[in-house]
Design a protein around this ligand. Sequence first.
Ligand SMILES: N[C@@H](CCC[C@H](N)C(=O)O)C(=O)O
Length: 284
Amino acid sequence: MKIPFTKMHGLGNNYIYIDLFHTVLPEERLSELAINMSNPNTGIGSDGMILIHPTENADVGMRIFNKDGSEGMNCGNGLRCTAKYAYETGIVDRQEFTIQTKANIVQAIVQVNDEGKVEEITIDMGAPILQREQIPMLGEAGTTVINEPFQVADTTLRVTAVSMGNPHVITMVDAIDHAPLTTLGPIIEKDERFPKGVNTEFIEVVSDEEIHFRVWERGSGITEACGTGACAAVVAATLNNRVKKGKKVVVHLAGGDLIIEWKQDGHIWMTGGAETIASGIYHA
Ligand SMILES: N[C@@H](CCC[C@H](N)C(=O)O)C(=O)O
């Protein structure tokens, strides 16, 4: 099977994008394709695979597969890349349009330069989910998880759990360069208290408008950036009284910056870039 693809990244979080407006893929091979294409030695090399597809409920649909073949519910960097792709290829002809993920339908707004290229994308990511059982995280149903002690290996972290349609657990640290990302990230990802696994973030809140951020992603490990994670980080910092609702926060990820605002109406807005790296034909 020969599959046309485009490789794109948002702040270094890179995926192989397949345009299902023009290509058909068998559902039963999607997971295997994501694993194989993501392999840097025998595939293309990526953090996973994203499908851009027609849907009845929005202008564009998006599905995300991590590099271990698991399907995620949402992807912030993927949404910005999908918005750029959809606009630049003419799938949509408006600068404001909707994208459906497995989690929800979001609004995308693209800023376009004189040459018709998308330079910046803002996504209304919707409202975060804080109810423990909806994250999901084991424990007393109906409660939230804010600065809760969490024993892992021989360390007690204090964690805040947030779903942006996908699960995140956030720990505030004093110095981002010393965050135990590689040691605790893979253990927390598969901790039984998170029945569906979890994306693990460490953040250093510098001020009420600036956060340093590192992530261990469920299904992909360390990545350069995680858009839903950056949104979840600002929610966690707000719930811990370190930043304020209604104020823009610059989140410094390993691959660059995102501007995140948790608005007074409860929605989270994410603004940042997206880049096209290459396109070609994958031989499956
Ligand atoms: N990199 C993404 C999130 C991708 C999915 C995640 N690993 C999951 O399984 O939930 C982002 O930019 O949000």
